[in-house]
Design a protein around this ligand. Structure first.
Ligand SMILES: [Zn+2]
Length: 370
């Protein structure tokens, strides 16, 4: 953290909305989105010269499988029996994955997608993953919220494919889009930042994607999404205004909103409960991170606990970011198992340190603030 960021972190502790209750929110992004489908695809990507060893999302991240959800469900159930606390995970969903065949048929001119439930079914030949997700929601362990219709910025991606970018074309043939490619130049457009645009035409396409995504969310989950987390935390106030009009009351974010600038992202400071008077939107800001998949050496349990302790010292909610990557073992099951154990330890330490702690979801927090 730079000195400036440290000052802003202190400012966020003072200015964030205070509560008498000790509240923990767990926000988990990327559910529903495919990353690396399986190990053999990862091996071929590597042979084609694509870096799959540096970014943990290329090493471990893959669409959730039934076994992942069963293990998580059992663990949360056992935890509830043992400690009398229901742990809620705000699961932020991507509602669709690219329809590779159709995109190719249309010569990469147009984007097509399949809904996430179809991706599970196409892979598994059954619908048990979707049933399990609905069960987790019914039992109150999962609270779904909106992360995007797709994670890929398809305007940028299709352009790369049309121009014949070898890495993206090779990955495309394997049913992959979220890859890291070697590239020269300072400003690299982030292809995972789905809400980024560079002209009015792209802006319209992204507005349509957000509107349609929110509808698909409602059709599948039988509820509106009250909060949104923008892919890679990149969005601007025009899109925020649109989301507010669609019933979204708060944006989940990190301490800095990123908006596209001329040659780099502009950062705008946010704190929990802050209102944007122009759009009517509020912000819920993550102030702790538990991402054991990102590094095995880091002491995630105690470092995350420390951030929770600091939040509670200032009477503000502890909002812990925790991506889906930590809960999936489709590529390397042992890493998922270690992560689950660490997660359980963290929860145990929180509950033992604060017996009156309450686990809430992001939309519940937004309601309390509004
Ligand atoms: Zn994401």
């Amino acid at each position: 953290m730079s000195l400036y960021d440290k000052i802003k972190y202190a400012e966020s502790l003072f200015r964030s909305r205070k509560f008498k209750k000790k509240i923990v929110i767990i926000e988990s992004d990327d559910w529903g989105s495919e990353r690396i489908p399986n190990l053999s695809v990862r091996k071929i990507l590597e042979e084609k010269g694509i870096d799959v060893g540096t970014n943990p999302h290329s090493k471990y991240d893959t669409l959730e499988r039934l076994e992942d959800l069963e293990l998580l469900h059992n663990q949360l159930e056992n935890f509830e029996k043992q400690f009398g606390k229901k742990v809620k995970i705000t699961a932020n969903f991507i509602l669709g994955n690219p329809d590779f065949e159709k995109i190719k048929q249309h010569n990469y001119q147009q984007y097509f997608f399949e809904e996430f439930t179809k991706t599970y079914e196409r892979r598994d030949g059954h619908t048990l993953v979707w049933s399990k997700i609905q069960e987790l929601i019914r039992n109150g362990y999962f609270v779904p919220q909106f992360h995007g219709r797709e994670h890929i910025n398809f305007c940028f991606w299709l352009k790369e494919l049309r121009e014949g970018n070898k890495f993206f074309s090779d990955a495309f043939e394997l049913g992959c889009y979220g890859i890291d490619i070697p590239r020269a130049g300072l400003h690299r457009k982030n292809l995972m930042a789905a809400f980024e645009y560079s002209d009015i035409y792209q802006k319209k396409i992204i507005e349509e994607s957000i509107s349609e995504g929110l509808e698909i969310f409602e059709n599948n989950f039988k509820r509106k999404s009250e909060t949104v987390v923008a892919p890679r935390h990149v969005w601007d106030s025009d899109l925020e205004y649109l989301m507010r009009n669609k019933g979204v009351t708060a944006i989940q974010t990190t301490m800095f909103q990123l908006s596209p600038g001329i040659d780099r992202y502009q950062r705008t400071f946010r704190y929990t409960g802050m209102l944007n008077p122009k759009t009517g939107m509020r912000y819920l800001v993550r102030n702790a991170f538990f991402e054991p998949s990102y590094s095995e050496k880091f002491d995630w349990i105690n470092q995350t606990l420390r951030k929770v302790q600091i939040a509670f010292l200032f009477n503000i909610p502890a909002i812990i970011g925790m991506h889906r990557i930590n809960f999936v073992g489709g590529l390397i099951p042992s890493v998922r198992d270690q992560n689950l154990e660490k997660f359980n330890k963290l929860l145990q330490k929180i509950v033992e340190s604060y017996p009156d702690v309450e686990f809430l979801s992001s939309d519940e927090l937004s309601k309390m603030i509004n």
